[in-house]
Every structure is written in C-alpha cells, then in structure tokens.
Design a protein around this ligand. Sequence first.
Ligand SMILES: [Zn+2]
Length: 442
Amino acid sequence: MRRFALPFVAFLILASLAVGDAVMAQAPVTAIRAGRLLDPDAGRILTNQVILVEGTRIREVGANVAIPAGAQVIDLSNMTVMPGLVEAHNHLALTYKPVPENNVYYYTYVQESTALRAIQAASNGIQMLASGFTIVRDMGNNALYADTALRQAIEQGWIPGPTIINSGIIIGGMGGQFSPTPEMVNDHNIVYPEYLDADTPDEIVKAIRQNILFGAKVIKICVDCKPYGYTADEIRLVIREAAKSGMKVEGHVQTLAGARNAIEAGIWSIAHSGALTDEMHKLMAQKGIWRAGTETPPGLDGHPVSPQAYQRTLDGLKNAYANKVPLTFSTDADYWVTGKTRGELCLEFIRPWIDAGIPNADTLRAMTVNGYKVSETETTRGPIKAGFFADLIALPGNPLDDLNALKSVQFVMKDGVVFKRDGVMTPAAFFHAGPVNGWRIR
Ligand SMILES: [Zn+2]
C-alpha cells in the first residue's frame, strides 16, 4: 500500500486544486460603484470607487477597476459606502421588559427558556445587521449557550446575522451578578446557567474549559461583581487558561480595586466605565487594554439616566480619549425600547460620543477598525480591502460630518451577499434548509 500512497496523495491534491479553481471560476462577481468610499482607518473619503466582490470576498478596490463581463453591478454612486459596524458588548439572547418583569432580567431568565431566547437572538441579530452592524460581540447572559447556537446557525448559513464573537456563560465568584436566596442556590442553583460559579483555581480552569467546549470565542469574567471578586493572580490564571485555546478575556469591572486587578493582570478588555479613573485610563493606555465603556445616553424610554450620571459618563469618555485609551463602541443593550429595533437602539449610543466631543473620525474608528481588533477579525474581516470578506454598508450622508448619518443605513452586504438594498431587507439568499457552510462549525 505504501508504494502507491504518495502518487495517490499527489493526484488527490491536483484534483482538489482543479476543483478549487473550478469553484473559484464559478463564484458570482458583483461590482459595486461607490460614489464615496469611507476609509475609517485614514479618516478620509475617496470618490468614484469600484469594489469587486467575488464569492464571499473582496477581489479588488479602486477607481480604475475593470468590471468583468457578466458581473452584477450595484449602483451606490449617490451613497457613502463604508465597512460594517462593530458592537463590542451586546446580549442578543436577552431582552428584559417593563411587563411582566419590571426590567429585572432575573425574572426574564426564570420565565424564558434557552430555546425561546435563541430564537429571539436570531431576530436581534437580523435587527443588528439591518442597522449596519456586521460584527457583534455577544458577552454573556444568553441562557444555556443560546449565543453559541446563534453563531453556529449564522456560520452554517441557515439565517442572516452579524459575525458573532460570543462569550458563553459569564464566569464569576459565587452568585455572579445575581443576589439569590439561600433556597435558590442550595436547591436549584438558580445562578446557573446565567452565570458560572468559579471560586477556586480548579473551578476557574474547569469553567473556562466548559465555555470553550460549548463554543465560546472569548472568555468573560465578573471581576468584582461580589466583594470577594477575583485577585490579579486569579485573573492571570483566567488569562493563561483562555490563552491555551487562543482566547482573550474580557472583565466586567465595577470597582476601582477590580479595575486595578484586571489591568495589573493584563486583561484584554474591560466592560463598563464607571470605575475607570484617570489613573486607570493611563494604565490601560500603557498596556493597550481595550475599553468597552457601555456609555448609555439619556432619553431612552424606560431607562432613565440622571443628568449627573450622564455627565460622569461623558467625563469618563473624554478622559479616556485624552489619555489615548483604545476605545470600542459598546452598548450593553439587553432591553427593548418602544418603536426601536435592537440595531436602532444601539445606534442611539453614538450620542454620548458626540456629546463628549470625540471627533467623528475617532468615533468611526471605535465603531470599525478598533472593533475589528477587539474582535480579532482585523486580518480577515472588516476593512474594505482585497482578500477580506465582503462585509460593507452604505448610507446617503457622510458620517465624518454627522455621525447621525449612520442611522440611515440603506444597503448591507454580508459575506458577499446583499442583505439590505434601497432601505429594504432582502434576506432570502441567506436562508437555507441545510448547512451550506458545513456541519462541522463549532
Ligand atoms: Zn453586559
């Protein structure tokens, strides 16, 4: 057998190359005429560009790109075309409401099954994509891995949605962010699966492995949800264990001591900005730690923010910007506001950036370039460059002049397929009865 193995393998390789070429040749080619093409990295706009998309990827971009015969042409010559947006902190499988749970997600979790929440996540994902978010970091509170199910369904090609970077279950010291009664812990462990208790080094390692086994792509911990929290050494253990599987760690931080521990340990990203002082910002900038500030604007129906709290949010954002902390756009959206989709709700969160006086070009970087980096897609997905996945959006205005232009996304392409055109969702091409991209996606 061994005598024949080598030529046979060579034949297989040649045959598969030939098949690969045939597949490449058959991939549909789309040419997009972009009147204005926004490059958020450079903070500038190029005019009259052509973007050639072949299959799922961008083949060529430029002013003098020849459009091949037979290519489908999409005319966006009166639009600004730009890369897709990134939401760095959402909870797609959670929507708490005034009725019946009085906006307490503890009750949402008691009343709604993982299955129901997974279907809701699919809906929220579609709503995010319609608003131009092509990548969403889904950071926990998603029942029993509804976030993984959503990611897999999108990656397999069953439904449209953003690229999902999901955390699985939030890992924390006993209780997570809940305050259960003794009965609810001893008899039912009601904390699980909304949180994964991990109090000792062994439990921490096991919790991380459980999340990775069940499809997490980033690890999320509660640094200081309880007074016992995690020490810098414990956070180092989390980072080490996650790194074995190539994963980064985000910490929910709400106290100064927690921030100090997380930063000292060298965490990847910090969620929430309430505890981040000038000193913490300086340390974060030094170490290149991402800030997912989750800055909430005032005026969201049912979710009041006091003028004092809002001022603190703005001061914190200004201070972070002045200290050159790496900034991401993040909302922590896990509720519903009357009349708005999840995507429209998230776009309301650009207001704090405007009110804090952050230059539009830098907010756009936070929403795109920095988003790709914090999601670790920056070498494959995000920028409108040859070889990258074809994710792009278009809108009539110019967001460099007015960020609110982002609220009028008319066109969305994801993986080379048109999802929204002329302001109308056209998702039919995304629905498949079988896993067109393969069963083996985990
Ligand atoms: Zn959150």
